[in-house]
Design a protein around this ligand. Structure first.
Ligand code: AHR
Length: 519
């Protein structure tokens, strides 16, 4: 980060986000290097996560065929339409911690004969298993999203997982494909993405990495044949935040031919044991949250460096299959349901984190925001028949231009966002060129108080007519959409830019996300 010589007085507002647009202390220079563009930003970085948790599946996605809420096979049509508009590339299910308690055979066959189960991690509620393998995989087909099945390794068996693979993927005759056909599905779904357990260092069984490495070797072996001719993408449960020993041990102990991805989980929060409200927060809490969010860059860098040691050709993907903001539940809601609102703070987490993933796309080739509907940093909230799109949804929609585009490396000469004696880089950015030759740059200004002017160079842009823009901003960081006012926070056209000697000069208001398209 560049240090600013002229000291600027920083007055910390008591509440965040008075729309004071104090000028930046200096321009931020962002240099794009299109000649060095080599690596694709996998669309799977923009994946989502749906766990049997609170009102994500039951009372969220799934309302049942008999509901008055418009649905297709029990899945809300408004949610399907909203997620289709995001082009969600993949959806992880059924957990999370729930995955290592879930026995998939409980969720197939006639619904009135499926056993009830108790969701031991999330509220201790009883579930009737009416949403199971068929319902999930058919929903993914409807969404045109690849399913990512997280398997039960903690309390399941090798045979149970091998059977699940055969049930959903085997084309010919076999005990499991016969059962699938008897349950009404002739053709296999061809599920590629499989999680070999979840958080095996915690709710997945409190395992040591050496022990889990052996478990991965065993489970991965029986999921497919000698050469993995099914093309399965097996993702081992990965590190908790900065547990680099976990990554080192898994990479060292699991042979390359048994593993395609290694996971990482990292959430953003104020303090883990004092998370605070999702909507009533002050600037100190905002700053602390952003510090944990921006740490994703260090985590991606350090976990990737360990992976490079064992896999210099980068054949194994780093899969950040849980990320997002985590606060206290909304007052009056079940603490085990993790239902929280979603403000401009969450838009900042999303904008900055997705930029980090884009810039690390050579190794980070898949990620899953936690979670899709009504849980943690959701893109969609529902209440009865009502549905709203959160600020995070809008960021995901603005960034989808990067799906499968070629990442353009950038260098940022940044300015600080200061809070007291601490500082964070104010601007985060990423850029890509899509299949039609259009360049897209996404920029996030996390500064709670100051607008910043950025100068994008390296493209030699002829005229402002070659550029269009979109912005997500609001008057207060705490602003969010409610069922009474679902459009309070939404994107708008952005025109606060000009071309100066081939450089694109844009001014980003405090806590805003801007997407620019350059022809
Ligand atoms: O996303 C909520 C929970 O967070 C998941 O179930 C678990 O994997 C993680 O600890």
């Amino acid at each position: 980060m560049r240090h600013i010589l002229c000291a600027f007085a920083l007055t910390v507002a008591a509440t965040v986000g008075a729309p004071a647009q104090r000028p930046s202390a200096g321009d931020v220079r962002i240099t794009l290097n299109p000649d060095s563009a080599r690596h694709a930003i996998s669309r799977h970085i923009y994946g989502h996560f749906a766990e049997h948790l609170g009102r994500c599946i039951y009372g969220g996605f799934y309302v049942g065929e008999d509901s008055d809420i418009p649905n297709k096979n029990g899945v809300r049509t408004d949610i399907i339409e909203a997620l289709k508009a995001l082009d969600i590339p993949n959806l992880r299910w059924p957990g999370g911690c729930f995955a290592d308690t879930y026995h998939w055979k409980d969720g197939i066959g006639p619904k009135d004969q499926r056993p009830e189960i108790v969701n031991q991690w999330w509220g201790g509620v009883t579930e009737n298993n009416s949403f199971g393998t068929h319902e999930f995989l058919n929903m993914c087909e409807e969404l045109n999203a690849e399913p990512y099945l997280a398997a039960n390794v903690g309390s399941g068996t090798v045979k149970e997982l091998a059977d699940w693979v055969q049930y959903v993927n085997h084309k010919g005759k076999s005990p499991m494909s016969d059962l699938r056909k008897a349950n009404g599905r002739e053709e296999p779904w061809n599920v590629k993405y499989w999680g070999v357990g979840n958080e095996m260092w915690g709710c997945g069984g409190h395992m040591k990495p050496e022990h889990y490495a052996n478990i991965v070797r065993q489970y991965s072996t029986f999921m497919t044949d000698w050469t993995n001719s099914d093309g399965l993408f097996r993702i081992a449960s990965g590190a908790n935040v900065d547990d680099y020993n976990w990554t080192e041990t898994l990479m060292r102990e699991v042979p390359r031919h048994l593993l395609e991805g290694l996971a990482l989980h990292s959430y953003s929060f104020v303090e883990w044991n004092n998370k605070g409200s999702a909507v009533d927060f002050d600037e100190g809490q905002y700053f602390a949250t952003m510090r944990t969010a921006l740490r994703m860059d260090e985590l991606a860098t350090k976990h990737s460096a360990i992976m490079d040691k064992y896999d210099p050709q980068k054949r194994i993907a780093l899969v950040v299959d849980e990320w997002g903001g985590w606060y206290n539940v909304e007052p009056g809601t079940n603490p085990g349901f993790l239902y929280q609102q979603n403000t401009m703070r969450d838009a900042m987490i999303a904008g900055a984190t997705l930029n980090i993933f884009n810039n690390h796309c050579e190794r980070v080739r898949m990620a899953n925001l936690a979670q899709t509907v009504n849980v943690l940093q959701a893109v969609i909230l529902t209440e009865g028949e009502k549905m709203l799109l959160t600020p995070t949804y809008h960021v995901m929609r603005m960034y989808k231009v990067h799906h499968d585009a070629t990442m353009i490396p950038i260098a940022i000469d940044n300015v600080p966002y200061r809070y007291g004696d601490a500082e964070l880089p104010a601007i985060s950015a990423s850029a890509s060129r899509d299949a039609n030759g259009l360049v897209h740059a996404t920029l996030t200004n996390i500064d709670a108080n100051r607008a910043h002017t950025v100068r994008l160079n390296g493209l030699k842009i002829a005229s402002a007519k070659n550029v269009t823009g979109e912005i997500l901003r609001s008057d207060k960081l705490q602003d969010h959409n409610t069922f009474d006012r679902p459009d309070k926070v939404k994107p708008a056209a952005f025109s606060d830019f000009r071309i100066d000697k081939g450089e694109l000069v844009a001014t980003l208001p405090p806590f805003s996300v801007v997407a620019l398209e350059i022809r």
